[in-house]
Ligand binder design. Sequence first.
Ligand code: SF4
Length: 562
Amino acid sequence: MSTETPAKTPAAKGAAARPKRPEGQWALGEREPLNENEAWKAREGGLAVRERILSTYAEQGFASIPGEDLRGRMRWWGLYTQRKPGIDGGRTASLEPHELDDEYFMLRVRIDGGAVTVAQLRTLAEISQRFARGTADITDRQNIQYHWIRVEDMPEIWDLLAAARLSTTEACGDTPRVVLGSPLAGIAADEIIDGTPAIKAIVKQWVGDPTLANLPRKFKTAVSGSPHQDVAHEIHDIAFVGVNHPEHGPGFDLWVGGGLSTNPMLAQRLGTWVPLDEVPEVWHGVIQIFRDYGYRRLRTRARLKFLMADWGPEKFRQVLEDEYLKRPLLDGPAPVLPTTKHDHVGVHRQKNGKFYVGATPVVGRISGSVLEGLADAMEKAGSNRLRFTPQQKLVVLDVTAKRVADLLDDLDTIGLTARPSIFRRGTMACTGIEFCKLAITATKSTATTLVNELETRLADVPELFTLDGPSLTINMNGCPNSCARAQIADIGLKGIQVPNPDDPQGPTVEGFQIHLGGGLGVHAGFGRKLRGLKTSSADLPDYVERVVRRWLKERDGEETFA
Ligand code: SF4
């Protein structure tokens, strides 16, 4: 969930001229806070609010929380106010943030690398059932997100998480957010390198470190040594991508400055090879550049991608080497682009001869009881390791051959099929109007209806129901932000209000702007927004069915949607 009102600035076009006004770059001595967020962060950082939550707000309740903490610092601990129920999307832009505030919170638990044990799964299930009205969503950043959280319950929730070695520290806010990792790290036979030690080192050394807790904006990291490049590295502030160096062997290619939202930009390679044990040091250098040189004047220009657009990769690397690492980096080769999409779904052999099973909730929506059922199924199958994926799915690891069939049945029983249609497999949705204060449209429910409708309407096309068939991604956002990565989907859907097709002169209704043909890897690029291509939510299944049938009819052999 983004925290920003969508920007109205035009799309950046490569290296723009350097802005004349001070941008709030600390390294240039521009320390005067230039907006409200910078001002309150300068008065007191976000990390400080934890003590007040424990000592005061949990005791005295929601009404005791002042606005600066409520809509600011609490994010540093994974807490956002959720949207008051009953306010339709047509009113979102006309209301002040506090008018949209409910007295309940969304709570995000960071799960770096997406990796949990059965015991941790049971803790996540318990929190859902006791404190979150049974809610739990797998986000496309491998987090677990709850709703309906009361501030009064936070001390107990944090105790439970701490006992399970989980945390909400810097799960949101202008901080180093959860580190994405390959769901197959350490188990895939074709892995170039396992990035897990680097992820653990980054989290241990720097998450919660006050020197990195006041960044210009959020900072997103991904580390994957999979040749399938399965963490959407192109849209991260920093990403380490597995690559084989002809002389030095397996290591990582460094990418910097990607991000979506209203000014989407793909990350750029710095052309350097980083060995595993140097990843944390290089990560620390890049995040310090962001802290020191990042633009703090406008929140809509504060992500690292804007600095990269102005500097370019050569200057960025030079500053990194000269001012932060104090040494040159090795040059390195570009990673080989994968030609097929890889999403971990289905049953596959691990390098140790056991199997992993990738299963699919619909658009990441699960629940406390599903988490509990999943833990039971894993225990029965002899597995103690689970990974959440950046595609809102999950993977059970370490299953022996003779237990795979029973596990598949048990997963089916709790609604987590490992044999999905391409629609269930390829559809993601953001939080949307149900809980997000910026939303214009409903997403989780609309996308679930869409998946169900497409499965029924296209039941006559068997290839859409096999794991070896064509692939299709449908990413649905509830506003112009891009929490569900709409611009890089085959069919990207951006929530807007549209005229009511049955009453064009009447009030507007929920709908979507359609972007077609986005992708990553060999097809990296943003979907095209076709002028006038919009649909109401009610007409969405008709539209997607038409597009899919036409694609299947007209494609050339195995031609992908992109
Ligand atoms: Fe993100 Fe969706 Fe909320 Fe927009 S509606 S800010 S895309 S979660």
